[in-house]
Design a binder for this molecule. Structure first.
Ligand SMILES: Nc1ncnc2c1ncn2[C@@H]1O[C@H](COP(=O)(O)OP(=O)(O)OP(=O)(O)O)[C@@H](O)[C@H]1O
Ligand SMILES: [Mg+2]
Length: 504
């Protein structure tokens, strides 16, 4: 089966008063590798959901091989070989890879002949672009492996036009190159078309033939990758040239503030995931923890945040024992920015303003007379933070779950950094999925917190980010801190080997 010819003509999609996609047209002949770019909230996910028949568009038509696609029918899209990997995982964690793949088939009979299915699956996996053990349970896989399974699932369903919505935000650069490289080869062989949504220009130049850029729902530019450079693409995305960075490091670190004294924690599968993590973060210092995803970083953050039992060790802040209770977090001015904030740190159906006020809502000025919540104070505070952190659209009453990925991140950061002086800030992958403007903004906020005297622990899979921001960098591998360096002294090859678990 050849990839289909896809043409979108004049697509418009509104949510209430907001035109999320505004009269956008796009033609993708068979066998292209095309990028869809745009700042957070530009309408990228909404547009591709229209192509997928996931939403009916308000206006416009999607043509597959010249024939209009029936509106609002993902099944119909699937029949034409159109498939999509979403920004968030859709696999069932308690089931195995094989079960996830087989159960995704739309033509599954009432009674499954598992023996026949296994044969069919084994055939498929033999010639599949990446190797994953069909019998492993999804919950035991790293983010990178899960993303590979999501893509395998689409290929198993015979997708010929594959839409990838920021597939690499959970992958390391090496994994991203591997996955995109294998898909690129399928495109070159004429087996597949790919429409890639990404914020990483490096990937656009390495893998894509052409780009389409959205800005505030409208088509803001298009072109062949070969004719463009990153400055031009940034300008199309934002409507202005990329700004110079404003905040630099203005002080050197002071005395110790945060001390992790031999932290241990057990992972979901019952094995020891964090082993005797011991480190100090000083006043006005950013300490980075680098590592490939799945080496205990998530469990470490959860243990620090009190979402996972600490099986060994202790935390002190300014020499005092710290326990992750609400009271102590406030008392020690200890703030946490977890990854995937929509899932881990927000109430999706509650409003943006309520989510921002969350941490403080049971004390004045948000609470009056002991128990009454002051709705107006919450709304006013929300509005101020939305303005300060440029959350879009600037409407506090909107459910936070309806914001685009990048704007959720801004709102949660607003909450964590808004409640006065920060003594300790622990952040995990704070820039996943963010456009470069938001990344610059968040990096400035982290540096500002550091310059104001906060002890910042930054867990990140993005080594470039750590090299730019951190004063000291540790590498975490198999639950342990195995290596320490500074950005100035960093030997990238050596760090890479440490991250890969090769002792040298
Ligand atoms: N179900 C919804 N209800 C209301 N508004 C929505 C809904 N889905 C998206 N929006 C709004 O539509 C706009 C476009 O969102 P979309 O998710 O398409 O952006 P995006 O370009 O994918 O951004 P990101 O890079 O952050 O993922 C945003 O302003 C968002 O708040
Ligand atoms: Mg999106």
């Amino acid at each position: 089966m050849k990839p289909p010819d896809i043409e979108a003509v004049g697509i418009t999609k509104t949510f209430g008063a907001l035109k999320a996609v505004d009269n956008v047209s796009l033609h993708l002949p068979p066998g292209v590798f095309h990028a869809l770019l745009g700042e957070n909230g530009a309408g990228k996910s909404t547009l591709v959901k229209c192509l997928m028949g996931f939403y009916p568009a308000d206006q416009g038509v999607v043509k597959v091989n010249g024939e209009p696609l029936r509106v609002g029918s993902p099944k119909e899209a699937r029949r034409h070989g159109i498939g999509m990997v979403f920004q968030h995982f859709t696999l069932v964690p308690s089931m195995t890879v094989a079960e996830n793949l087989v159960l995704a088939r739309p033509d599954l009979p009432m009674v499954i002949d598992w023996k026949a299915e296994r044969v069919r699956l084994a055939e498929f996996l033999k010639q599949a672009p990446f190797h994953v053990d069909p019998d492993s349970r999804i919950s035991t896989l790293s983010a990178g492996q899960k993303q590979k399974v999501e893509i395998l699932k689409e290929l198993y369903l015979e997708t010929r036009f594959l839409i990838l919505d920021e597939p690499t935000s959970v992958l390391t650069p090496q994994e991203a190159d591997e996955v995109l490289g294998l898909l690129r080869r399928m495109v070159d062989r004429g087996e597949l078309s790919v429409l890639l949504i990404t914020h990483k220009f490096r990937e656009v130049f390495a893998f894509c033939d052409g780009v389409t850029v959205l800005r505030r729902g409208k088509q803001a530019g298009a072109g062949r990758t070969a004719d463009l450079d990153s400055a031009r693409m940034a300008e199309m995305m934002m409507g202005e040239a990329r700004a110079e960075r404003k905040v630099g490091k203005t002080r050197s670190p002071g005395g110790p503030v945060l001390y992790l004294d031999g932290i241990g924690a057990v992972g979901d599968s019952g094995v020891e995931a964090v082993k005797e993590v011991r480190l100090t973060v000083r006043e006005g210092e950013i300490v980075g923890i680098a590592g490939v995803s799945g080496n205990g970083q998530r469990e470490l953050l959860e243990a620090i945040a009190g979402q996972r039992e600490m099986t060994a060790g202790a935390i002190t802040v300014d020499g005092e024992r710290h326990l992750p209770t609400r009271e102590m977090l406030l008392q020690h001015r200890f703030f946490i920015l977890p990854e995937e904030p929509l899932r881990n740190a927000s109430a999706p159906r509650m409003s943006v303003a309520e989510n921002i006020a969350f941490r403080l809502f049971d004390r004045p000025p948000f609470q009056k007379f002991g128990f009454l919540l002051d709705r107006k104070a919450i709304a006013d505070f929300g509005r101020e933070m939305i303005r300060k952190f440029s959350v879009r659209p600037p409407e506090g009453e909107l459910a936070i779950g309806d914001l685009s990925g990048g704007n959720v991140q801004r709102a949660i950061l607003a909450r964590e950094l808004s409640s006065g002086k920060v003594r300790v800030l622990v952040a995990a992958n704070p820039c996943f999925g963010l456009d470069f403007k938001a990344v610059d903004f968040i990096h400035d906020q982290l540096l500002q917190a550091r310059n104001d005297g906060a002890a910042v622990l930054l867990i990140s899979e993005d080594l470039d980010e750590l090299l730019e921001l951190a004063d000291r960098i540790f590498v975490m591998s198999e639950g342990k801190l195995v290596f320490e360096t500074t950005p100035e002294a960093a030997d990238l090859a050596l760090i890479g080997r440490q991250m890969a678990g090769q002792r040298v």
